[in-house]
Design a protein around this ligand. Structure first.
Ligand SMILES: [Zn+2]
Length: 416
């Protein structure tokens, strides 16, 4: 019995000694030491980590699902200006004796870089360009040299609207010659046409995968009757006809639609009730942008809520009047205009478009007289004031510009 107990004690002692030895042997290598602040923690090789980490079925998929889905959009820039007028005082300073030609490029030098940002750049041509045989003339029956069309093209305009109260200033022949002169320069033109077939043809223009439909109409032709049996020569504003055209453009594949309207009251700085009613009605009927001209002064713009063909909310833009882009009219802000720049975004998944950015860039026609004749330049106002380095402008010019920049900004934004 005692021997037995003694042996048991011996066994217990041996086991305890072995455990003690084992602890002493392992202790130094098991000491966990926190790294000093500046001491680098040794990196665990990626391979070891992959082995150590719990298996992940497809880590790349998990990672990308946390990012927003890649947007499937395409964008294009729409630009437009108001009336292109050609009063007689604009001619002598642009005439070059050596070539016996006019050069109107200097009108557009300062705005040309802006137009380079546009995919569609639209102007309202408010004068026939019928050529020399018809005689050059100003108000009330205009006719401008063909060099004006060349200068428009060189400045970056790529679409011309031509339905306005001066379309028939040189009669049917003058209108047809104007069309021929613009077509020869590959400048698409809407609002006037040489035949019924041509008038019925829709103007669709694709940029960056976005198709714009463009149509243009005028309130009238200054009392000059449209030749009998030839209503196609000038598109007149008939509300129901415009709505049919909007539907036709949509059916033929237009992603968004611009309706150019030559309307309103001359020299009024706000739209009249009929302008508002008609423009809003056309937006409700499916137009996206109403590009207004005729009053010869800038009027406000407004953004209205409407719905697209899928019944989803979208914005419609109504520009009531863009004023004179180039003319000899002075005073009472008739020498001011505006360039509109609108970003159009198409959702390629569902085909819908939105107007995502709307910018209005006020302009001023600077007229000066270095010699016997006036020279004209269209200046983007804000940019000109910001640079304050134009050698042709006096301190008085800058003061006037600053005052009118504020006035125009307030007017433009008054219906926002
Ligand atoms: Zn007009």
């Amino acid at each position: 019995m005692r021997r037995k107990r003694h042996r048991k004690w011996q066994t217990t002692l041996l086991v305890l000694s072995l455990i003690g030895l084992w602890i002493i042997f392992l202790l130094p290598s098991n000491l966990v030491r926190a790294p000093a602040p500046n001491e680098a923690v040794p990196a665990i090789p990626a391979g070891n980590q992959a082995i150590a980490a719990p298996p992940s079925p497809s880590p790349i998929v998990i990672e990308s699902s946390e990012d927003p889905p890649e947007p499937d959009y395409t964008d294009a820039v729409w630009m437009a200006v108001g009336d292109i007028m050609m009063h007689m005082p604009l001619l002598p300073g642009a005439y070059d004796k050596t070539t016996d030609r006019y050069n109107f490029d200097p009108f557009f030098t300062e705005v040309k870089p802006l137009f380079a940002q546009g995919d569609w750049v639209i102007a309202n041509l408010e004068t026939p360009i019928a050529g020399e045989e018809f005689g050059y003339s100003g108000y009330p029956l205009f006719n401008a040299p063909v060099e004006l069309a060349e200068a428009l093209k060189a400045a970056g305009f790529n679409m011309i609207t031509n339905a306005n109260n001066h379309s028939l200033d040189k009669g049917e022949k003058g209108l047809l010659r104007t069309l021929a002169n613009l077509k020869a320069l590959d400048l698409p033109i809407v609002g006037t046409a040489a035949s019924q077939e041509e008038a019925d043809r829709l103007l669709l223009s694709e940029k960056n995968g976005i198709v714009m439909g463009l149509a243009a109409y005028t309130y009238g032709t200054n009392g000059i009757p449209i030749p009998e049996g030839k209503p196609y020569l000038v598109s007149i504003i008939y509300e129901e006809k415009i709505k049919e055209d909007i539907m036709r453009l949509r059916r033929e594949g237009a992603d968004f639609i611009t309706v150019s309207l030559h309307f309103g009251t001359e020299y009024q700085t706000a739209p009249n009730e009929e302008q508002k009613r008609l423009a809003r009605s056309l937006i409700a009927a499916g137009a996206d942008i109403i590009a207004g001209s005729h009053p010869h002064v800038v009027q406000p713009y407004e953004v209205v809520e409407t719905v697209n063909e899928h019944g989803l909310a979208k914005k419609g833009l109504i520009i009531y009047s863009m004023g004179n882009f180039i003319s000899n009219q002075r005073g009472e802000t008739k020498d001011y205009g505006v360039i509109f720049k609108v970003n159009i975004r198409k959702n390629k998944s569902d085909g819908s478009t939105q107007l995502t950015e709307i910018e209005s860039i006020p302009t001023w026609v600077h007229r000066y007289k270095p010699d016997h004749a006036y020279r004209y330049r269209i200046l983007p106002i804000d940019e000109t004031i910001a640079a304050s380095s134009d050698e042709l402008l006096t301190q008085a010019d800058y003061a006037t510009l600053k005052k009118n920049a504020e006035l125009l900004r307030n007017r433009l934004d008054s219906m926002k």
